[in-house]
Design a protein around this ligand. Structure first.
Ligand code: NIG
Ligand code: FE
Length: 417
């Protein structure tokens, strides 16, 4: 069966060069085709172009085999790739929300046993089935919001059994949902209460017990560490990344959210796929990223929610670097997976142009989760994960109308949902 989307007002993020990412000043450029068609066969995109060049399917193959969708007045975008989330979690943390409003910092909340440790307690009490059901609801929500691929981290378990429980839920979601999902093992997300004052022993446990078991069950694509002030040091991160990589997991880390942590440099040292957060980035960090294969990834939802300084995105782009954006969907610092809103935050708070924000949430974020060959742009042979908008006047209207749901039809793996 073929699906033909015709009369598309604008087909956005068209790629004919198989680019792995866009960087620097190119981020402001977006390849688009006005008055376009898009042809999907099975799960894949097989053709696209101007309406005036549309092949005559009626004559060529008989109209029966082509289902046509008339997108007059509407645009077609590649689905968002959300390269950093923690969307498998138990409960919620709105009590901390009030604490934050009253003025407590993220670190102060963490020190009082709130924060990640609060989620770890709830995670311990939840069954695998409960976790799966609640994560599935979040997945369904983000599908409706235009996301077609998502990376999900563990890290609310903090014991071998609970980390495996989280990762098994992610593995099940990979099989049961139409999204492309990648899993990251984040055992080093926080030091659990039982190991208070014995951080080195916890790190040893992550390395010697958790990583081998995660690898044996093939539960994670990537190895992650929260390398930041008050969490894990550069030396600990170095050891954990090294161990994860020996077990076939590429690094993808949390870095420089709370301070100049050295996390970016250690990430680049291990050829991390991405280093994420990046509120604290100076010249040394930019130099480390230049010429590397590591995608700087910014999480505007967490910075907004925690009211933090903004990552110097313009400085990174001016230095010729690429930038990706992700939601960081999690109960503590970013309780939303709405990537369209992430674009709006990026435009207003980081002064990114709408075109830059679109590149950062599609092709660049696809790279940041290792799926750029399959997703992130409209290209022949890529998986047909796209959405059709409602009638909108321009591309810029997407981040501009920040509270409106402008997504009308979602197509994942060639299927209209
Ligand atoms: O990416 N920065 C560290 N980890 C998460 C927050 C997790 C939480 O507070 O529950 C993040 O923001
Ligand atoms: Fe995170």
């Amino acid at each position: 069966m073929k699906l033909l989307i015709s009369n598309i007002k604008t087909l956005v993020q068209v790629d004919t060069e198989a680019r792995k990412w866009v960087a620097g000043t190119d981020m402001a450029k977006l390849n688009c085709i006005d008055d376009a068609y898009l042809l999907i066969e099975g799960e894949r995109i097989t053709d696209f172009g101007k309406m005036e060049d549309i092949p005559d399917f009626d004559e060529k193959e008989g109209f029966d085999c082509v289902e046509e969708y008339d997108a007059t007045g509407r645009m077609v975008f590649p689905s968002f790739c959300d390269s950093h989330t923690h969307l498998v979690y138990a409960g919620s943390r709105e009590i901390e929300y009030s604490d934050k409003i009253k003025g407590l910092s993220y670190e102060e909340i963490a020190k009082r046993g709130g924060g990640i440790l609060n989620s770890a307690k709830l995670m311990h009490e939840a069954t695998e089935e409960e976790l799966y059901e609640s994560a599935l609801e979040r997945i369904q929500e983000i599908i409706g919001l235009g996301t077609g691929a998502v990376e999900i981290k563990s890290g609310y378990g903090l014991t071998l059994a609970d980390e495996l429980k989280m990762l098994r839920v992610i593995k099940r979601l990979k099989k049961t949902t139409p999204l492309t999902i990648k899993a990251s093992f984040l055992g080093a997300h926080a030091v659990p209460a039982e190991y208070k004052g014995r951080q080195a022993e916890y790190v040893d446990m992550v390395i010697n017990e958790m990583i081998p078991m995660v690898a044996a069950e093939d539960l994670a694509d990537y190895i992650d560490v929260f390398c930041d002030k008050g969490f894990f040091t550069v030396e600990e991160t170095d050891r954990i990344l090294n161990a994860g990589m020996k077990h076939g997991m590429r690094a993808k880390i949390h870095a420089n959210e709370l301070d100049y942590s050295g996390g970016i440099q250690v990430g680049v040292k291990y050829n991390a796929l991405s280093v994420d957060h990046l509120e604290f980035v100076g010249d040394a960090e930019i130099e480390a990223l230049k010429g590397s294969e590591t995608m700087p990834t910014v999480l505007p939802g967490a910075a907004f929610f925690l009211n933090m300084v903004c990552s110097p995105v313009r400085k990174m782009m001016n230095a010729g670097l690429p930038v990706a954006l992700a939601s960081d969907f999690n109960p503590g610092s970013s309780p939303s997976g709405n990537m369209k809103f992430i674009m709006s935050l990026a435009c207003i708070n980081y002064k990114m142009l709408p075109q830059e924000a679109i590149n950062a949430t599609t092709l660049n974020s696809a790279y940041a989760m290792g799926v750029e060959d399959e997703l992130g742009s409209i290209a022949k042979g890529k998986i047909a994960n796209v959405y059709i908008t409602k009638e909108i006047p321009s591309i810029e209207y997407m981040p501009y109308a920040y509270g409106s749901n402008l997504i009308d039809v979602v197509i994942l793996r060639g299927k209209v949902l």
